[in-house]
Design a protein around this ligand. Structure first.
Ligand code: ATR
Length: 279
């Protein structure tokens, strides 16, 4: 059977091989998932010519997600909405692209907090980049009615308002107490709080104690932002679950088995994160 891979530049940090090789072994599928360092100048060619390669499909990570969107022959609706592809597969020899970041976030939330309802909630998203866009789209699909956006660069908030319409409102560069009071879900989509990055400094005293606080950062597994929310008694969601759940659909598309995100897999990746040298 053909192999699968993840492409990026650089690619050394990617944990996708551990995830997919765990599943390949678990489901008895006799192939491998590899890391492939692909230079930016070669990324479009690699994707467009996937059918002629040794790979059945691939994941795409930084900085190739937008290039992949341009290079696939067919991008589905989610990928078109985001202008970015993170999962590539072949359908009857045609190179197809999708994006599983948003569904990865939702699946992680449902897995960890099965009773938490998104219906008619108001959310606040910190950040307005690619990850924010993926999560906002998925939250709106799940019935969230209002989403306030906090971002350093205000124009990017306006871009999100243009794209997603009246459900999106601008909070600005920092949070307000009024915004916090009505918030049911608060999500950091920026790299603030990641090892080697500046911390996320946000006063959340006015946040309702049943509001769920999520972070897409998973290095460290629990950011200071989440630790603070947890200490206040809020339910919290770390970023590692999203990484695991976004991988599910690619595996299913390539190998025909919907894999399970088990506690064993979570602990395998968590241990790898904890072992990695701190930046
Ligand atoms: P991704 O695709 O991972 O979301 P991105 O598109 O580069 O990456 O977006 C990163 C987000 O994190 C942006 O919202 C960015 O803010 P700007 O739009 O103002 O650039 C935010 N971000 C990253 N580092 C930040 C920092 N030190 N302070 C505030 N915001 C930061």
């Amino acid at each position: 059977m053909k192999k699968a891979c993840v492409i990026g530049w650089p690619i050394g940090h990617s944990r996708s091989p551990i995830i997919h090789n765990y599943w390949l072994k678990k489901y008895g599928i006799d192939t491998v998932y590899e890391k492939k360092a692909v230079e930016p100048k070669n990324a479009a060619h690699f994707i467009a010519n996937l059918a002629a390669s040794e790979f059945i499909g691939c994941n795409v990570t930084i900085p190739h997600k937008e290039t992949a969107f341009q290079a696939v022959a067919k991008a589905d609706e989610i990928a078109r909405r985001l202008g970015a592809v993170n999962t590539v597969c072949l359908k009857d020899g045609v190179v197809c692209g999708t994006n599983t970041d948003g569904e990865g976030f939702i699946a992680s939330l449902r897995h960890s907090h099965p009773k938490f309802s998104l219906m008619d909630k108001t959310a606040i998203i910190i950040g307005a980049g690619g990850a924010a866009k993926a999560i906002i789209g998925a939250l709106l699909d799940e019935g969230v009615v209002k989403i306030g956006v906090i971002n350093r660069t205000r124009e990017r908030i306006h871009d999100l308002q243009m794209q997603f319409g009246s459900g999106i409102y601008e909070i600005g560069e920092t949070i307000s107490n009024d915004a916090l009071k009505s918030c049911g879900l608060l999500v950091n989509t920026t790299s603030q709080g990641m090892e080697g990055q500046p911390p996320l400094e946000l006063e959340i005293q006015s946040l309702n104690s049943n509001a769920l606080v999520a972070d897409i950062v998973y290095t460290p597994l629990e950011t200071a932002f989440l630790a603070n929310a947890k200490q206040r008694g809020n339910p919290v969601l770390g970023g590692l679950g999203m990484l695991l759940h976004q991988a599910v659909r690619g595996f299913e598309l390539w190998f025909g088995v919907k894999p399970e995100v088990t506690t064993e897999l979570y602990e395998l990746i968590a241990a790898d994160v904890q072992r990695a040298p701190k930046r």
